[in-house]
Design a protein around this ligand. Structure first.
Ligand code: HEC
Ligand code: HEC
Length: 373
């Protein structure tokens, strides 16, 4: 048993070392041309995940013992009361770090082709994303082994874990898996658009219907925002202006430069803007590209964009109406004021019921004698 544990842990630590290599391969996937007209789609029916894993994951999601300083949990930056983000333009990050991008919602992670604003992680691998959130210096700055030892000393967690894996103690790698299972269970439910798309024509207002027509027609949002969550999963440049706070706050600038250095970006010391996917792919055509944001639950997730530069959907639509910002691949749309309003009314129909999950609190630790190790 002891050896098996050690082996698994070595694998886990090995995987941590490989994170950068794994990460880099994602950004260079070719853009797959679609030969049918894209459209939005209702949320698929979800098969419920493994209930005990989800229950374990929910407990860990809210537990700040998973961070190095015992002060930050996933929920600090992905707060259910703030649309599972943090409601700020830029994430505060781990204490003493300060991040240079916005903390996005974790809702609908299940349907992401890529994770993170610059798309640097593969959307089919939630465990790797969770591992990065826990071990990265700018989020939870935690050592995987220390996390495992802390969690093992919580009798309630041990008991719950044994319901799932009767012969195992809590294991670091599997902690990433259960938190992954938990976040994949969080999906938009009961959105008016979904009822409308399934045939209930009264589910959205006539304004919203006009907005949908613009979305697919004159405004052509659908070319990038399609599928069930409204994202093609590809990288695009919309020219969102820089958030001046990144350069005003040296801690944020340093976190950004550190990210570039870790990704091996050439001449990173002189970069003063968020280059997006370029830091990962090193292809100049990717400068300023970010992955298409999802359009689900926007009602709860302001401020918007990778750096929170827009506080309202009216601002976002006005930005698109003028053809986006510097270097963008967009064209001005010439939408009237009422057309812009209709578009916003439509966007709001993609939000579902608020998804609230009870914070389970943090059961006490108790150092005990373990039978097997
Ligand atoms: C200190 C703040 C912070 C903490 C703590 C944190 N996150 Fe994040 N999270 C972020 C930020 C910021 C990003 C976006 C980073 C980027 O794109 O460069 C992010 C991105 C994500 C995403 C990607 C969403 C998407 O659509 O691409 C998921 C999922 C996620 N976090 C889940 C978690 C989980 C699970 C935990 C706990 C294990 C966690 N986060 C802890 C700040 C945090
Ligand atoms: C060329 C592709 C493309 C087109 C066309 C496009 N978008 Fe986007 N959209 C993106 C990308 C990429 C982002 C993320 C940009 C960033 O964070 O810097 C985004 C972000 C957004 C966001 C922010 C979501 C969030 O959670 O932060 C909203 C809202 C949005 N788009 C709405 C629209 C609307 C409405 C239209 C049509 C008027 C539209 N988009 C057209 C690619 C596109």
């Amino acid at each position: 048993m002891k050896n098996q544990h050690r082996k698994r842990f070595t694998q886990a630590l090995g995987a941590i070392g490989l994170a950068t290599a794994v990460t880099l391969s994602v950004g260079v996937q070719p853009v797959i041309a679609e030969n049918h007209t894209p459209d939005l789609a209702p949320m698929p029916e979800v098969k419920p995940g493994n209930a005990i894993m989800i229950e374990l994951g929910r407990n860990f999601f809210f537990d700040n013992r998973l961070s190095g300083d015992w002060g930050v949990s996933c929920a600090s930056c992905h707060d259910p009361k703030k649309g599972w983000g943090d409601g700020q333009a830029l994430s505060t990050g781990y204490p003493s770090m300060e991040y240079f991008r916005n903390s996005p919602t974790v809702l609908n992670a299940k349907y992401r082709k890529r994770f993170l604003w610059d798309g640097r992680l593969d959307g089919s691998d939630a465990s790797t994303l969770v591992r990065d959130m826990i071990t990265e210096t700018h989020t939870m700055n935690m050592d995987g082994r220390l996390m495992q030892e802390r969690l093992k000393q919580v009798p309630e967690y041990d008991a719950l874990w044994k319901k799932w894996r009767p012969n195992d103690d809590i294991n670091g790698m599997r902690v990433f898996n259960v938190i992954g299972e938990f976040i994949l269970s969080l999906v938009t439910t009961n959105a008016p658009f979904d009822k409308f798309a399934k045939g209930d024509s009264a589910a959205i207002s006539s304004d919203a219907k006009a907005g949908y027509a613009l979305f697919k027609g004159k405004a052509n949002c659908v070319s990038c925002h399609n599928g069930p969550i409204g994202s093609d999963g590809n990288l695009h440049n919309t020219g969102v202006p820089e958030n001046p706070d990144v350069l005003k706050n040296p801690l944020r600038t340093i976190t950004m430069l550190r990210h570039y250095a870790t990704s091996g970006m050439p001449n990173y010391m002189n970069a003063r803007t968020d280059v997006g996917a370029y830091a990962i792919t090193k292809k100049t055509r990717d400068i300023g590209k970010f992955q298409t944001a999802q359009l689900r639950d926007l009602k709860y997730t302001a401020p918007y964009m990778h750096n929170g530069m827009f506080n309202t959907l009216d601002e976002v639509v006005a930005f698109y109406n003028q053809g986006g910002g510097k270097g963008s691949e967009l064209k001005p749309l010439n939408l009237s004021a009422s057309e812009q309003k209709a578009l916003v009314a439509f966007l709001l129909t993609l939000s579902g019921d608020p998804i609230t999950v009870k914070d389970p609190g943090q059961p006490d630790m108790q150092i005990r004698t373990f039978g097997k190790n």
